[in-house]
Design a protein around this ligand. Structure first.
Ligand SMILES: C[S@@+](CC[C@H](N)C(=O)[O-])C[C@H]1O[C@@H](n2cnc3c(N)ncnc32)[C@H](O)[C@@H]1O
Length: 360
């Protein structure tokens, strides 16, 4: 059995009492890195991110802006090569691969859809590493429908591909989780995390879904208005003019709804009130056109959630400057696509614990 801490780097950590100890620095790589939800969470869990990759120009621009020191390969994953790009061995590979073809609301084309087929690039790249250099753990993120959709055929394909690449993987290694039930962020966002463990380093898959209690994120939901700022007037272009047809639809829904302090989401042809102080699932298309856009009322009118507010619901530090100058719809798209930082941190900590335990 190998040593899963083999690709860690040693750094000095200060103890609370002022003494110093050598502590291994855990390492991770991120495929489909987007603007870096996984990267943020894994950094917070103590990992050093050795490299990341994505093909989208705006995602890469945002990632570089946020993490100027992390080597980023801007390339289609299908053209990525471990050797050519010089990707170093890491203990964890995190990959939140495209979910449109598995989502209930999407095409449901599964792996027949070219976006779904990108999943197979993950085992392909893993197998490019020498067996002893392959990541000890692989964390995948997608929509829960991947587990059950197509009568389980999609999940079978994932299981088979990961097993063929030399990993322990089964349904019990998956974690279906909702942001609102697991963190203090009041967003109703259900996701699926899947963790595969290398046969080179482990005798079984040691991952089990993290317990909610004591995950360090807190489980008492933050009140909406600690994330939505109604004390200041928002950007002018965020408000709907009272003559706008969407304004009329939302105004009507608010008048008959439970409370106009709630968030209202514009669906294709109707408005849905999100009750109980929750934010609906934030999606990539919320920044374009009239679909899935979350709206609130404040003293100045009806406006969509600002980029900063959306960032807070996804666990990003909206105080820090998240984006360089990229178009606003792209900022919303990147945020809707991102892995919630708090969930990435929780799963990162669970994996760090496994790696720190060593041989299994
Ligand atoms: C769900 S998002 C990933 C979110 C990200 N994992 C995070 O941590 O926040 C999926 C990402 O896959 C990227 N992507 C889509 N097609 C790709 C391709 N052919 N090659 C590389 N990346 C691609 C998109 O640009 C997008 O950033």
């Amino acid at each position: 059995m190998g040593d899963p801490s083999r690709h860690s780097e040693t750094t000095i950590k200060e103890n609370p009492n002022g003494s110093f100890v050598w502590k291994p620095q855990l390492t991770a790589g991120c495929l489909f890195s987007g603007m870096g939800g996984f990267a943020s969470g894994l950094l917070q869990a103590g990992f050093s991110i050795r490299w990341a990759s994505d093909s989208d120009t705006y995602a890469c621009t945002a990632f570089r802006h946020r993490f100027p020191d992390i080597p980023l390969v801007e390339k289609d994953v299908r053209e990525l090569s471990v050797k050519k790009e010089g990707l170093s061995a890491v203990q964890i590979l995190a990959a939140g691969f495209p979910c449109q073809s598995f989502s209930q609301a999407g095409s449901r084309g599964g792996f027949e859809d070219p976006r779904g087929a990108l999943f197979f690039e993950i085992p392909r790249l893993i197998e490019e590493f020498k067996p002893a250099d392959r990541p000890a753990l692989v964390i995948l993120e997608n929509v829960p429908n991947l587990l059950y959709g197509a009568d389980g055929v999609w999940f079978d394909q994932v299981r088979r591909a990961l097993r063929q690449a030399g990993y322990w993987f089964r349904e019990q290694s998956c974690w279906t989780v909702n942001v609102k039930d697991t963190t203090d962020l009041p967003q109703d966002r259900e996701r699926l995390f899947m963790v595969a463990a290398s046969r080179t380093f482990f005798t079984h898959n040691p991952f089990s879904p993290p317990s909610i209690a004591g995950n360090g994120s807190g489980t008492v939901l933050r009140p909406l208005d600690t994330l939505v700022d109604r004390t200041k007037q928002g950007a002018e272009d965020g408000y709907l003019s009272p003559g706008n047809r969407y304004y009329k639809m939302i105004d009507k829904a608010m008048a008959s709804g439970e409370s106009d302090a709630n968030i209202y989401q514009l669906r294709r042809s109707y408005v849905r009130e999100k009750k109980k102080g929750l934010c609906p699932t934030l999606t990539a298309n919320m920044g374009i056109g009239g679909h899935n856009v979350p709206f609130v009322r404040d003293r100045w009118g009806i406006r969509r959630l600002s980029v900063d507010e959306v960032a807070r619901f996804q666990g990003f530090d909206a105080g820090a400057e998240l984006f360089p100058s990229i178009p606003l719809p792209e900022q919303y798209r990147l945020l809707g696509n991102a892995v919630c930082v708090h969930l990435a941190r929780i799963i990162g900590r669970a994996c760090a614990e496994i790696l720190n335990r060593g041989h299994q």
